[in-house]
Unconditional design. Structure first.
Length: 604
């Protein structure tokens, strides 16, 4: 009994102190997952904690469960819009891209470490996949907003590439431990091809069918609100385990279950999302702590130099080559491909995969595990620490969405497809600065009521809303981001020399339709495919100078800087411009300018 109490105390203390350490580390920009990993090492045999933990079988079991939970949560947060933007390139990155990465790293490992080709390629397969937990966490925790197809490609790829890397790892472990079958290369290649098709096809089948079963079960069965997330999570794990038991990809299956549940209306959208988010955090913390405990830092010294060489090849050669080759058929700009190459973050998955050779007693298994660990640390330190800088350098970052103040969501019955939300009006929000007639509500959104000073107003005030008003709206889920921008406090407007104030600075190559949807202004159907720069050219019909403005509904686009080709490189977005001048006012101001010019001429 006392032993059990000690285990609970140690586990709870590790998680608690890791979270505190993560909060402190965020002030210096350290990747949070790196903190969890380092904390596990400090608590291990060579560290301050002195905890001896070398149970690779338990680590594999716990890692499988944690990764399944993380992928389920990632699926819940992957939208149809992200699939529409980047499904094809993400699939190529998750399959051919992983194979190219593993091959290049394998060649480097063969010559650097003098491993056999099977063992070298095994190491390449282990460190090949980007990590879903690392990508989801670092992109969202840093508050980075990327160009839609760039962010979508990274997130969907990280959710889909685990099955490919796990398949390659298991296949190469089998070859390393047991050698090639008697049939030779031809029979081996045929068998591996059939296994791959079943892994992916079976995982796809289990995921799509299982997702529909989970969705229907959640909608048809009535429980108390707290039971729904437990029920949905348990059913998702049943699908995962069922797929794994018939040697299909349970990881692909549970990711697809999450996407099915996350992209369809059901009874418990908010409850399942919040519970899954918390459970995913717990899985990530537990997974990184356990993997940190498995490592004995003193054993890393002997492989440190070759490990760093492998990490350099992975980050600087293998990942960029895989990305540029995989995305060659797709219309990605060079800067976008460069950013996707740099954000090939490695996390707990390579360490988790590194336990498999140890369990199967593959030669050099302990060294392979240690090398994978060093590669993960190098990736989190070098790539994780510089992700914001890389986004700015490659110009793939969009302005951050403001966080809505006191947004409350109320679920409507399943199948309605709408939700009721309430916002407390912030004094610095766009909603507080505009009259009701100018308020850019998303299409399909209606104001139900406004509560002011404790009284509900059934008729909307003509002067608009005020600070502290509580506005209740009926809207569709995909419009929440636009409503957040409307009711949240804006950042201080940037003052641009000789031009005026703007709220956001955007790249001239940004898609006009996407920006219009984000910030609630109107463009014609023909103009939606324009870039912001070409939109300004089309509207003005002449060469553009710095400071040139065009009006689009209730906002103005401002040319901040002009490139060598005469096209705006940077464009400012003014969300609250002065009212447009009448024709008479413009004529009067023009006459005043002429009069002043003549006066200056005679006076000089």
């Amino acid at each position: 009994m006392e032993f059990a109490n000690h285990i609970i105390l140690i586990a709870a203390a590790l998680i608690t102190f890791s979270i505190f350490a993560g909060v402190l580390s965020s002030r210096i920009g350290a990747p949070l997952l790196l903190v969890f990993l380092a904390f596990g090492m400090l608590a291990g045999e060579d560290g301050l904690g002195g905890i001896k933990f070398q149970d690779f079988r338990l680590a594999y079991l716990t890692g499988s469960l944690a990764l399944a939970v993380i992928l389920f949560d990632g699926g819940l947060r992957t939208t149809r819009e992200q699939f529409r933007h980047a499904l094809s390139p993400a699939i190529v990155l998750a399959t051919a891209g992983v194979a190219v990465t593993a091959g290049i790293v394998g060649v480097a490992a063969h010559y650097v470490l003098s491993y056999s080709w099977t063992e070298a390629l095994l190491l390449g397969a282990i460190v090949g996949p980007t990590d879903a937990a690392a990508v989801f966490l670092l992109l969202h925790l840093r508050g980075l907003r990327l160009k839609p197809r760039v962010g979508s490609a990274l997130e969907v790829e990280s959710g889909l590439n685990d099955p490919m890397s796990i398949f390659m790892t298991l296949a190469l472990v089998g070859l390393a431990a047991h050698g090639f079958p008697k049939g030779g290369w031809g029979e081996t290649a045929l068998q591996l091809g059939l296994d791959f098709l079943w892994q992916m096809g079976g995982g796809l089948l289990f995921g799509l069918v299982g997702g529909q079963i989970v969705l229907r079960a959640v909608n048809r069965l009535k429980f108390s609100a707290g039971i729904y997330p437990i029920f949905a999570g348990a059913l998702a794990l049943v699908v995962f385990a069922g797929a794994q038991s018939v040697e299909a990809s349970g990881f692909l299956a549970i990711y697809l279950v999450g996407t099915t549940l996350g992209n369809n209306p059901h009874r418990a959208t908010v409850e399942i999302s919040r519970f899954s988010d918390g459970l995913s955090w717990l899985a990530q913390i537990g997974m990184f702590l356990m993997m940190g405990l498995l490592v004995t830092p003193s054993k890393l010294v002997g492989v440190l130099v070759p490990s760093l060489a492998i990490a350099a090849v992975l980050i600087l050669v293998a990942r960029p080559a895989a990305v540029f080759l995989s995305l060659a058929p797709f219309k990605y700009a060079r800067s976008e491909r460069a950013f996707i190459s740099w954000v090939g973050l490695r996390g707990a998955v390579p360490i988790f995969l590194g336990t498999i050779p140890v369990l199967e007693h593959v030669r050099h298994a302990q060294a392979i595990f240690s090398i994978a660990f060093v590669v993960v640390i190098a990736s989190l330190v070098i790539q994780g620490w510089t992700i914001s800088w890389a986004a700015k350098l490659t110009e793939v970052e969009l302005p951050p969405r403001p966080a809505a103040r006191a947004r409350v969501e109320l679920d409507l019955p399943a199948g309605v497809g709408q939700t009721v939300v309430a916002y407390t009006v912030d004094p610095m929000s766009l909603a507080a600065l505009r009259r009701m007639a100018r308020m850019p509500l998303p299409q399909g959104t209606e104001i139900i009521s406004i509560m002011r000073e404790g009284q509900v107003r059934n008729t909307l005030p003509s002067d608009g809303v005020r600070e502290g008003d509580i506005v209740m709206l009926l809207t569709e889920p995909h419009s929440l981001a636009q409503l957040d921008r409307l009711f949240a406090a804006r950042k201080t407007r940037a003052r641009v020399k000789d031009i005026g104030s703007v709220d956001f600075k955007l790249d001239g190559s940004a898609n006009a339709g996407s920006v219009a949807d984000m910030y609630g202004f109107l463009v014609t159907p023909h103009e939606r495919d324009h870039t912001l720069a070409s939109l300004m050219h089309a509207r003005l019909g002449r060469d553009i100078d710095e400071g040139a403005r065009i009006r689009a509904g209730n906002v103005e686009l401002v040319a901040l800087s002009i490139g060598e080709d005469g096209s705006p490189r940077r464009i400012g977005l003014d969300l609250d411009p002065p009212p447009p001048q009448s024709a008479a006012t413009r004529i009067r101001l023009r006459l005043a300018e002429v009069r002043n010019s003549v006066k200056d001429l005679f006076l000089s």
